[in-house]
Design a protein around this ligand. Structure first.
Ligand code: IVH
Length: 710
């Protein structure tokens, strides 16, 4: 292609990609598949490689990348970034309305009502339509320059969509956040890798923006929505309503719903409508913001020293509460990490009674200076364990007690260890009973060996009565032990038999489940799968050195070190020997691969599937295993690459998305039928029994695998 043609094609491709980015991220209405998008993107990348002088800093290919920073530089805001006054009740909203009416001398001001997004505020400057600067709010007068990080945010256009001449200056102000589902996934991954989890989505967003390497930031699921403006030159915006329309016209993402209402009574209805819908939102909203619509009226009302008189935030209060820390206890996790936990005066929060909250780690405890006896504000965000947000030192009576970093494990009293580059304080005694308990819970959990009927209570019984000291002991319980177990109150013949069968069945699990179940630090379920795919045999993995391990792209130094350390320990080596003796699978079996090959006859062969909702005839993990064994790839979210969405009960938003994207939706009945069909063509029927949907025996599933804390 000659240069002239290349210039033309590059422009065309950039415009197309920008358009599809907007359709996907801003309007949630994609028109092309991911493959088609990738093709456009690759073509552009190739042309830019061929003609490096045509590379433009605003090209969609330049969103990711950039050199790491050494620090953030502070820069002034051209227009001060104010905060908002808050209220928690309708009476104060009416007071606000009275002040507005008096200030303007009108009866029914026009208000807009918008969701209050719980994120990190940002000001993004466009000059002649090009994104040039992004600042955090900072102290309102100046903020940190986070331009390189903000550029990586999906759905944030680097150029305003063309609609006439772009304004010479336009500062869009809004909120950066992480959607709830993405946050949950981010934290699950971190927990699995033994990293610290974020207390809530806002902290995760703030923490991500503080990373100095934009490449890392680009991997965080950040999003942005705009709802205000700073400096504007070359464009007339005179109402909030008009602003939102203008932002949308330029391709800037805005909140999904903005209401325009006459008078406070109508505005209050909109506030309540938003409150009722808040859980349907894909991101956290912590209230509603009421704003005077007309910018002219805003100028008349003016501001106080900290906030405008023309807007107010109404905060939904149920998700936060103030209570007292009765004591601070220390919990020992399965990898020995000590976590301080606040025992609280029970308080009602988001529909349930909360009596414990995580304090995350000792650095956080010291930083927030939380003491026994303190009054604290706690928060429950989405599915997350309640966390202590802040402490009220002014409410102290003088008898509050500081808690020190434990020098000894509260359970086994062995000395604790704190490595230099980690915040975690750990007990390194592998025989520590608390760790043994947590390890067993993890081992039998759904994501790992999936031993139904061994939940927390059963683990306590088994450990406290010396039946097992290590997961492998489960496979060496003798007839005499089973007889004794049967006599424990609440157990009996049936449930012990069920447990025995569940343990027996777990021997057939693929080795990655066993590897994940061993609870090696940093080795989550995905890593376990990759490791087993690579090594095939756990005994070979046990021999690998850190360099060999790091040849696998997703294995970093921390994971490699932790694997080597684990297998270097003679006790863990013995564990492998005993697991093998017990008949567990330590190596991928060739039949398994045959099953996959046989799967070529299955409709699922070579497809990408997503599972959503709760299945009745099997767990989601079992469904995933089956699909994988038939040669399907199972992913978490519906995209252009998805071939089938398998839906159980209460499927949520994925079903709607799949329907919108014309992805084939398969209900459970059809799914189980297709699974059976997929197995039928095999000559040998030896595996069929294993492939049948297994009915949950007891309903006593240990869903607690996620909650290392409680
Ligand atoms: S308007 C001068 N609108 O809440 C007023 N703020 O608690 C500018 N926020 O600093 C803010 N959603 O970071 C506005 N729809 C919304 C908002 C919103 C979230 C944040 C913003 C602000 C904070 C005040």
């Amino acid at each position: 292609m000659n240069k002239q043609k290349a210039i033309q094609r590059i422009n065309e491709l950039r415009q197309k990609i920008e358009k599809h980015d907007r359709l996907y991220y801003v309007e949630a209405a994609p028109e092309i598949s991911d493959q088609e998008y990738d093709q456009l993107f690759r073509e552009l990348q190739e042309l830019e490689e061929q003609y490096p002088d045509l590379i433009d800093t605003d090209s969609p290919t330049r969103k990711v990348g950039g050199e790491p920073l050494t620090e953030f530089v502070s820069r002034p805001h051209s227009v001060v970034m104010q905060s908002l006054d808050n209220t928690y009740n309708h009476a104060e909203l009416r007071d606000f309305d009275r002040r507005v009416r008096q200030g303007l001398g009108i009866d029914k001001p026009v208000y807009t009502v918008e969701p209050k997004i719980d994120g990190v505020s940002v000001s993004v400057r466009y000059e002649n339509g090009r994104m040039t600067l992004a600042l955090t709010r900072g102290n309102g007068v100046e903020g940190d320059d986070i331009t390189v990080n903000v550029r990586t945010i999906k759905g944030l256009p680097l150029r305003l969509r063309e609609s006439g001449t772009p304004p010479s200056v336009f500062e869009a102000r809004g909120e950066i956040f992480i959607p709830k589902e993405d946050f949950f996934r981010l934290n699950t991954g971190r927990r699995e890798r033994g990293e610290n989890v974020f207390a809530n989505a806002r902290n995760a967003a703030a923490g991500s923006l503080k990373l100095l390497d934009p490449n890392l930031v680009s991997q965080r699921p950040l999003r942005v929505l705009f709802y205000a403006c700073g400096e504007v030159r070359g464009e007339n915006v005179d109402t909030q309503w008009g602003l939102i329309q203008q932002l949308r016209a330029w391709g800037l993402p805005t909140p999904r719903e903005v209401f325009r209402r006459e008078g406070i009574e109508e505005a209050l209805e909109a506030v309540e409508e938003l409150a009722a819908k808040r859980t349907d939102y894909s991101y956290e909203i912590d209230g509603a913001v009421i704003k005077v619509d007309s910018f002219q009226e805003r100028r008349v009302l003016g501001s106080t020293s900290r906030a405008p008189r023309w807007a107010i935030a109404y905060k939904y209060s149920a998700e936060r509460a103030v209570t007292r820390v009765n004591s601070i206890v220390v919990q020992v996790g399965r990898t020995g990490t000590l976590t301080p936990v606040a025992e609280l005066e029970p308080v009602s929060l988001a529909g349930s009674t909360v009596s414990r909250a995580t304090l995350h780690n000792f650095s956080e405890l010291k930083r927030k200076d939380i003491r026994e006896g303190d009054q604290v504000e706690i928060e429950k965000a989405g599915d997350v364990i309640p966390a202590v947000l802040k402490v009220f030192p002014e409410k102290r009576q003088g008898n509050e007690k500081e808690v020190n970093i434990p020098m000894f494990c509260p359970c086994c009293e062995s000395p604790t260890v704190r490595s230099e580059n980690e915040v975690a304080v750990r007990c390194v005694n592998p025989a520590c009973p608390a760790q043994v308990r947590e390890r067993l819970i993890h081992f039998s959990s759904r994501g790992a060996m999936d031993i139904e009927s061994i939940g927390e209570a059963m683990v306590d019984l088994l450990v406290n009565n010396d039946f097992v000291q290590s997961p492998v002991d489960l496979y060496f319980l003798k007839d005499e032990d089973w007889r004794k177990l049967k006599d424990f109150p609440g157990l009996g013949e049936k449930s012990t038999e069920r447990m025995r069968q569940a343990i027996e069945k777990s021997k057939q699990n693929p080795p990655w489940r066993l590897l994940f179940g061993l609870g090696i630090r940093h080795v989550g379920s995905r890593a376990a799968q990759l490791l087993m795919e690579h090594f095939g045999d756990m005994e070979e993995l046990a021999q690998a050195d850190t360099a060999t391990l790091q040849e696998i792209p997703e294995v970093g130094p921390a994971m490699a070190e932790s694997i080597v350390e684990f297998f270097r320990n003679p006790a863990n080596h013995d564990l492998l020997v005993r697991l093998k003796q017990a008949g567990l699978k330590l190596a991928e079996e060739s039949e398994r691969i045959n099953v996959a090959a046989d799967g070529t006859d299955s409709v699922f062969f070579n497809t990408t599937c997503v599972i959503t909702g709760s299945l009745q005839s099997m767990t989601r993990d079992q469904a995933k295993d089956k699909l994988q064994s038939l040669g399907a790839k199972v992913t978490d979210s519906v995209s252009g690459k998805t071939d089938f969405l398998i839906v159980g009960e209460n499927p949520g938003s994925k079903k709607a998305k799949a329907e919108r994207m014309q992805v084939k939706v398969i209900e459970e009945d059809e799914f189980t039928r297709l699974l059976e069909e997929g197995n039928r063509p095999t000559d040998s029927d030896s595996d069929i029994e294993n492939q049948q949907p297994q009915t949950s025996a007891s309903g006593e599933n240990n869903d607690d695998s996620q909650l290392e804390l409680f």
